[in-house]
Design a protein around this ligand. Structure first.
Ligand SMILES: NC(=O)c1ccc[n+]([C@@H]2O[C@H](COP(=O)([O-])OP(=O)(O)OC[C@H]3O[C@@H](n4cnc5c(N)ncnc54)[C@H](OP(=O)(O)O)[C@@H]3O)[C@@H](O)[C@H]2O)c1
Length: 394
């Protein structure tokens, strides 16, 4: 029996990626209900100043930075507090291994795989935001979740919405389709030719959500929705053909489940990640959040349109990678991470992101995925292939 966090039964929590957008929203919720939670560990990549400030406020037992060069500054910033400090990728894994009931997986990219798997292996409740892990290692991660008795609580607003409206009691075969909603991103109505010249600043200016740079660019290419199709397939065990995408610019309906009797259940709310994060933090209970309340009369109209797959080819590419299976989703993910970083560094244009991913998928054998070493191996190969392709474009 999982207890609901309260002052009488506080839940111990760890945040992997506490300095990011999802991590920061999680910290905000913990600061608002300190009596219900005890913080075991916090981690970051290299933002030592913010990590140390969070640690002084939340008083975790352990704090780690992935970048070894950040160690001295972190240790100095927290000296005298009694908080244990460490650095390096293995220290982030050690943070995940510590005995917290609940772990927020909010590192960006496949670098989050090893720590997330460490939390899964302990049988923890894992609040799962770091979708790239499931894209590159889906079958292996789901197998470990089952074998170790872990619980994956979906944080992504779309998957959290589906999680909230999936009826366990309805039984196998009752779900006809999942429908993921998409804002359409900042270039929803832009001609493809005009997308060639957009800047990183324009791409990260998301119309409805405030998020980290990588996921904001993924939303602009709609690769984010492609990654989410893969994520939904593994999280909910629904085949790709039964996962639809609907563009909904207001970002109020966060996704839907269509049942075989014609019923469609949706979860609604204002676009604030603190709502799905709070749902996972308090699960199976509920906790208050300061998110703006939904006022449908004031919004007036909710609109929906099919995605334009010609202007946003990332969607079909992600579907093809999922259908191909094996190593293809991991190639898609790693090449995309490299291409997005190159776009943000102004080394390639916006349209080159998806071209690079497509070329990397064509260049590498999709093979089979048997072990985590296979994942790390193909992730590295795809990063190298994408790096070469990008150098060829410069
Ligand atoms: N933002 C959202 O609203 C949202 C919504 C749904 C899903 N997600 C998913 O949640 C994940 C996090 O997104 P985000 O927007 O919060 O990202 P973000 O703002 O870029 O934050 C990423 C976090 O990961 C840390 N990190 C980066 N590289 C690392 C490495 N190599 N090793 C260890 N830690 C590392 C960062 O530390 P530093 O700060 O030190 O760099 C930071 O704490 C992504 O998978 C994203 O797709 C995000």
């Amino acid at each position: 029996m999982v207890s609901i966090p309260s002052a009488a039964t506080p839940r111990s929590v760890t945040i992997l990626g506490s300095t990011g957008s999802v991590g920061g929203n999680t910290v905000d919720l913990l600061q608002r209900s300190p009596e219900c939670f005890r913080v075991e560990a916090l981690t970051a990549h290299r933002n030592v100043d913010l990590l140390a400030a969070q640690a002084r406020s939340l008083k975790p037992r352990f704090v780690a930075v992935a970048d070894p060069e950040g160690y001295r500054a972190l240790a100095d910033a927290l000296s005298g507090t009694g908080i244990e400090t460490a650095a390096g990728p293995e220290a982030v894994v050690a943070a995940a291994e510590r005995p917290a009931d609940w772990v927020m997986a909010a590192i960006v990219g496949s670098r989050g795989l090893a720590p997330t798997m460490a939390a899964v292996r302990r049988g923890a409740m894992v609040a799962f935001a770091n979708k790239e892990c499931l894209v590159c290692a889906g079958p292996l991660m789901i197998e470990q979740v089952r074998a170790c008795g872990a619980t994956l609580l979906p944080v992504d607003s779309e998957h959290n919405a589906i999680f909230q409206v999936l009826e366990d009691r309805a039984g196998a075969g009752s779900v006809e389709r999942l429908v993921l909603t998409a804002s359409g991103g900042p270039f929803r109505t832009l001609e493809q030719a005009a997308m060639a010249g957009v800047t990183p600043e324009q791409a990260v200016a998301h119309p409805t959500w405030s998020m980290g740079a990588k996921i904001s660019v993924d939303s602009a290419t709609m690769m984010n929705k492609g990654l989410e199709i893969v994520e939904a397939h593994y999280l909910f065990g629904i085949d790709e053909a039964r996962i639809g995408v609907l563009v909904h610019p207001q970002s109020v309906v966060h996704s839907m489940v269509a049942y075989v009797d014609g019923s469609v259940l949706a979860q609604l709310g204002t676009p604030d990640m603190r709502t799905p994060i709070a749902h996972c933090l308090a699960w199976p209970g509920r906790m208050p959040t300061p998110s703006a309340r939904l006022d449908l009369a004031q919004i007036g109209q909710l609109t929906f349109e099919p995605p334009d797959e010609a202007r946003f080819p990332a969607l079909a590419l992600a579907r093809r990678a999922l259908q191909a299976g094996g190593r293809a989703p991991a190639i898609l993910n790693a090449a995309n991470e490299v291409a997005v970083a190159a776009f943000l560094a102004r080394r390639i244009g916006f349209l080159d992101i998806v071209r690079t991913v497509e070329a990397a998928l064509a260049a590498l054998p999709t093979g089979t995925l048997e072990t985590l070493d296979d994942v790390y191996d193909i992730d590295q190969q795809a990063r190298e292939a994408a790096t070469r392709l990008i150098a060829g474009r410069e």
